[in-house]
Design a protein. Sequence first.
Lengths: 611, 171
Amino acid sequence: MKVKIFRWKAIGPLLLLFLFLVLLVWVFAEPVARQTTEEASSELLGTQVDVGKLDLIPRQASVDLRALQIADPFVLTRNLLEADEIRLKLNPAALAEKKLVIERLTLRGMRFGTARKTPARPPSGKGFAPQVYRSVEQWSNQFKVPLLSLTPVDTIRQLVLDPTQLTTIREAQSLLARTDSARKGLEQGFQQLNLGPTIDSARAMAQKLSASDPKQLGLDGTRQAIQSVQGTLKEIRDAKKRVEALERKARTTVQSLGQGVQSLDQARQKDFAFAKSLLRLPTFSAPEIGSALFGKVSIDRFKQAAYWAELAQQYMPPGLLPRPTPGPKRLRSAGETIEFPKAKEFPRFLLQEGQLDFSIGGASPIQGAYTATVEGLTSTPALYGRPATITATRRAASSAIASIDVGAVIDHLTARTHDSASARLQGVKLPSFDLPGLPLRLDPGTGSSSLTFSMKNGGAQLLGRWAIGSKQVSWLADTSSRTLNEIERLVVRVVSGLNDLQVVAELSGSMASPSFSVSSNLDKAIARQLQAVVGEEVAKAEKMVRAKVDSLVADKVEPVKRQVATVQSQAMQRIQVEKQRLDAVEKQLNAELERLTRGLAPGIELPKIKL
Amino acid sequence: MLALLKLIQSLIKTLHSAGTPGQVAAGMALGSALGLTPILSLHNLVIFSLLVLLNVSFGGGMLGWMLFVPIGFLLDPVFDKIGLSLLTASSLRPLWTGWTNTPILPFTNFNNTIVLGSFVSWAVLAIPIFFAARYAVTRYRATLGERVRQSRFYKAITASQVYNVYKMFRP
């Protein structure tokens, strides 16, 4: 009987099923693609992305997106970018390989910093972008922005200090315990040296040999005597090695105790600062005032730059090695999806050329048409072979005094990555902000602003500079909340008289260990005035603080310092004494050895024996 | 509960179909791919087409699918390890690199550890599943089959309208 392999009558229903599937795709492709685009881009960027409408144009291998909104992850009520229309021209050959290569992106009706109707969802979840968001938040929190203290000096009456709050006392007690333990350890070391028997036996041998004559000892007797001397010399050398080992240990201990003493001095400085903070003395150090006034607002700028640079590090890794990414979300385990880039092939994602046109209208000095280009934004920079660049400039000059100039280069071609961005805005309306610690809101008016940020080798080198400048500063005082004290009134008077503002914040170091400084003409003016008015009083208060801390700390610290010095000097002295004793007896034995060998063959120079 | 009833219905109908034990077993071996591997993968469209076009028991395929879905979920960690070891094997890297850059093939999601691990496991297990299922069906028909056929339960199931549709794909 012939076995029937195919079920031909099933072809019809199967084709019908496929037709039904195609129909489903046709009907639901656009809404599904829109939702997928929103979800994928929100997860990638770590901020809410909304797409109003998505049209697929298969004949032109294009996608049209309308009413795009990308929320600002740091200000959820604001959009980072809003665009009316975006057209993506895709590469069909790359699509067949499940790769997204955008040959050309055109974006129209772009606006920045627009208010959102509903606040965006805060970045959350376990994705990479929310993790970066959290780590950047943590990173920015490490900068200690001092609080501006403007307490009147006449309110400083008494300083009550609890000795247990002082670091110096805690460290002194700890150092005392360490010193005691080090002393015991060294004592034990000296006992273990056990040099007495070695030195005594060496001396006895030297005395015995000094009374003997090689001629009377004979050849055998002299040879035995030489061997005995050599044996004893070896014991002395071993003893010297033990002493040297103990000396090394003692030096390390002494050095560690010395560092402990130094840390006591540093702890005292910290205690001065702590005690001073209890008094809430007004500060008139310009850098501190600068940090207090503009620290937070400057760090916020660098924080945002660091966030986007960190995302670029993740999404644009250098090299062509296979790289795993989390698999697609589904009911079953997602697993990992591994990409296998290949030279001369398409990368998984590439934006070859993006043309962004936007205009700024109204009577603003920066009104006019602008153009921005994005090139080479890719998931595999090594395949594209050139750094990604972003530029934005004015297309048609409308005003001579105003301009926007933005540029960024993302160079991830090799492991030595370098991301840099710079934005210079002139004649723009600068955002107003509150001055921390003062009942004042600063409105810089129209001025200039610039931000440069550079990150090399994945954050190993960091360089940033943010500056704002304006000659049209206005001050909005909020005096309704509380009554200002004398110093606050002085500061308000000083700053209110200023129409000019220059702020420069600088960032350097690395992501792991950044350093930050900020200075402005404002802090210098405030510092000068405060110095003149309350400088003398503050100096007196500081002197009082020092005296108070010293009185509490001195009787705890001085005995410890003395004990450390004693242990240090005694240890080194004892080691020197032991070394000298060993040297002396070794010298004596060597002299006897020389005499014996000379007596064995007078007039003949024996070859030197390396012992 | 409904899924369980469907499973029992499918099981009874398949075991008593006119198909030979070999046809039922072949259907189950193919259907197990749908259960063991993530369902929304391109290769499953091919498996489904084979199930429909080849003269195997379609009911057996559906039964295999249903039986192996929970097993697939349970074995996901194992599939992940198998897939990862295959995808990270340096000797296979040229193959995966070639496939990634070949049209259509990337849509199979072969470069996902679960998809590859489960598919390879199914490919290895398909023959043992076939023989085990054939033996089980033969034994069932020789022992319990006739008694079940005479039961009211069986008659109630075979009398349902769904059974008529099912008969269209019966081998």
